[in-house]
Design a binder for this molecule. Structure first.
Ligand SMILES: O=C(CO)COP(=O)(O)O
Length: 296
């Protein structure tokens, strides 16, 4: 199922550029004249697929999933795609032990401070010590249920980088924000908090996950997703410069499945996926991982 209707470009001040992609221009986010004139090139960064298992799993289910993923690893070429799975914190060690290269393992969240008297939290240093190489930050479920603000997400991201983890900060708008014309304003504020806190962008993969598409079966159309990814690439170009922006991976998440992944993967500014529900089924997940081949 796909969300009906596209952004109202007239109200967003959109304009068409010569490669026929629709990019938002001066309203509501004022981009520089130089950037408005520039056609943003698609990135040629390595494809990236993350599986966010969220708060799911039993010891036996995790065991089976790891076995199936290990058996299926020959279905993709790790030279062309990075594959990372994010189980719950209590399953991290089990997954790390069961799943070797080419897979990497990610936490779903990280503590905002270092080790110490912080009951219940998991700091980046402890993740690193366990051989965990990635963490998500700012997933919309943490923003919604745990009250994480843009500033908190920026600080958690910086903390994880400091401890030498790679980070997948998540951003995205709610349906109300989109429908009330705040899409670009919301994304710009989320991005700004990252820009304020991150020095080294080489260890960042940004996940754009529209909240209305998460777990709903309502996937953004390839055009809707591309439109936002192109906007983000342009915004990152303005904030970080063209070199960093063109190599920064911007991945899409929200109801990605084995049946819609190929159409999304063909979009020039979509560098991969963050997959929720479908990542719990090895067959579907491996098909999504394999969609990198449409980029080749
Ligand atoms: O939140 C997501 C990944 O982080 C997306 O979840 P779904 O793929 O279940 O919609």
């Amino acid at each position: 199922m796909q969300l009906q209707g596209r952004l109202n470009h007239a109200s967003l001040g959109a304009h068409r550029v010569s490669n026929a992609r629709v990019l938002p221009s001066s309203r509501p986010v004022a981009l520089s004249r130089r950037l408005q004139q520039q056609i943003v090139c698609a990135s040629d960064a390595k494809f990236f697929v993350g599986g966010n298992w969220k708060a799911n799993g039993t010891v036996s289910m995790v065991d089976q999933l790891c076995k199936d993923l290990t058996a299926g690893a020959k279905q993709f070429d790790p030279k062309n795609v990075d594959v990372v799975v994010a189980p719950t914190a209590v399953h991290l060690q089990q997954v790390k032990g069961a799943l070797g290269a080419p897979y990497e393992v990610s936490a779903q969240d990280v503590w905002i401070k270092g080790p110490g008297a912080y009951t219940g939290e998991v700091p980046a240093e402890i993740l690193k010590d366990m051989g965990i190489t990635w963490t998500l930050t700012g997933h919309s479920e943490r923003r919604a249920y745990c009250g994480e603000t843009n500033e908190v997400v920026g600080q958690k991201t910086a903390r994880a980088l400091e401890a030498d983890l790679n980070v997948i900060p998540c951003i995205g708008e709610t349906l109300d924000q989109r429908n009330s014309g705040q899409l670009f304003e919301v994304l710009t504020a989320q991005v700004q908090a990252l820009v304020d806190n991150i020095q080294d962008w080489s260890r960042i993969v940004v996940a754009y996950e529209p909240v209305w598409a998460i777990g709903t079966g309502v996937v953004a159309t390839p055009e809707q997703a591309q439109e936002v990814h192109a906007f983000l690439r342009k915004l990152f170009t303005e904030k970080l410069g063209p070199q960093t922006a063109s190599t920064l991976r911007i991945i899409y998440g929200g109801s990605v499945s084995d049946s819609n992944c190929k159409d999304l993967a063909t979009q020039p500014d979509i560098d991969g996926f963050l997959v929720g529900g479908a990542s719990l089924k090895s067959g579907a997940f491996l098909t999504i991982v394999g969609s990198h081949s449409v980029k080749a």
